[in-house]
Design a protein around this ligand. Structure first.
Ligand code: SF4
Length: 334
């Protein structure tokens, strides 16, 4: 469905409220701080907060300080609000990698699993660049067996994932898609998703795409942003379309580029002379978030829905944005 008002495709779309991340309702991290692990981390936006206030955001690096969140009641309040409204809200831990290889964080991750089980009206979008750490982490928690969270880890390990966790991996290029996606597909999850952001190269998702539910695509933003070729986004969109995987175009980033073939003759001449056939596409939003500046066929924003409530479906229908709770799937180990 096309929405004239927003100028985007609205198949299965809910709108964010309390965060600038368009596909999440809230951000909340069990701890803050991380260590860089692959090229996508080079300009980590969470690390910028660490430079300003390390006491609040933690210190980056494998031995850096991690700061445990002091407010574990907030998600409980969001859950009550979502229940009252008859909606599901999405929570994204944006200032950490929940599966970082740090045993000193096991206690807070066990507590996170407990919190997730106590917030059935929230969908938790856990995103990692370290899916290989999921199994050893769950094993350690299950072996410890001292809290409800540890038991939940044992359940997940046994093939019963939390119903309200969407498990995702970040992939920035083909190398990391080939490394991380096969591991993701081995982990039981209600929804499996991919953050193709910052996209740094063309990715062929086909070998892995069949058991993926959702791909979010975006270019890098910020002063050191690397170029984002809009054809990478088009290729991801086409692969999703062919395989009935949902696609969400988040932003074109600060340096979207396009082929000179698409530019007018004057620009084409200039870019052929100076820029090896490429030009930077004009944008007004610093993150490339102005949808109207994207190629029209990239204005696609789809979001999966699991367990949409009748009230939510009714509300979405009234807005002309129908929801389709069609993403239930096998969640056992393959
Ligand atoms: S994994 Fe994520 S949070 Fe951690 S350094 Fe990389 S980009 Fe930043």
């Amino acid at each position: 469905m096309w929405c004239d008002f927003l100028g985007i495709s609205l198949r299965r779309c809910l709108v964010a409220e309390n965060t600038k991340i368009q596909w999440a309702t809230h951000t909340w991290s069990p701890h803050r701080g991380c260590a860089k692990i692959s090229p996508g981390c080079a300009n980590c936006y969470a690390e910028r907060g660490s430079h300003r206030n390390p006491g609040l955001f933690g210190v980056w690096g494998v031995n850096g300080n991690r700061v445990i969140n002091a407010d574990w009641d907030k998600p409980l309040a969001w859950d009550r609000k979502a229940a009252k409204l008859g909606e599901r809200h999405r929570v994204f831990p944006s200032l950490c990698d929940p599966f970082e290889d740090r045993e000193d964080l096991d206690g807070s991750r066990s507590r996170l699993l407990e919190l997730i089980s106590k917030t059935p009206n929230l969908d938790w979008l856990l995103l990692t660049k370290r899916p290989e750490n999921w199994r050893p982490l769950m094993q350690r928690l299950a072996n410890a067996g001292v809290s409800d969270g540890d038991c939940l880890a044992g359940d997940w390990l046994a093939g019963n994932p939390p119903a309200n966790v969407w498990l995702g991996v970040s992939v920035e290029n083909q190398e990391y898609a080939d490394k991380r996606l096969p591991i993701l597909l081995q982990i039981p999850a209600a929804i499996r998703w991919v953050s193709y952001e910052p996209a740094l190269g063309l990715v062929d998702f086909k070998p892995h795409i069949w058991d993926i539910d959702w791909i979010v695509c975006g270019g890098e933003s910020g002063p050191r942003a690397r170029p984002f070729d809009l054809r990478w986004a088009e290729a991801a969109r086409d692969q999703c379309k062919e395989t009935d995987v949902l696609f969400f175009m988040k932003q074109a980033g600060s340096r979207p580029i396009m082929s000179s073939d698409e530019a007018n003759p004057i620009k084409r001449a200039v870019c052929e002379k100076y820029n090896a056939g490429w030009i930077e596409r004009h944008i007004t939003d610093p993150k490339g978030g102005a949808i109207e500046e994207w190629p029209e066929d990239l204005r696609v924003r789809e979001i999966p829905v699991v367990g949409a409530t009748p009230a939510e479906i009714k509300k979405a229908e009234a807005k002309g944005m129908p929801l389709f709770d069609s993403t239930e799937k096998e969640t056992g180990l393959e």
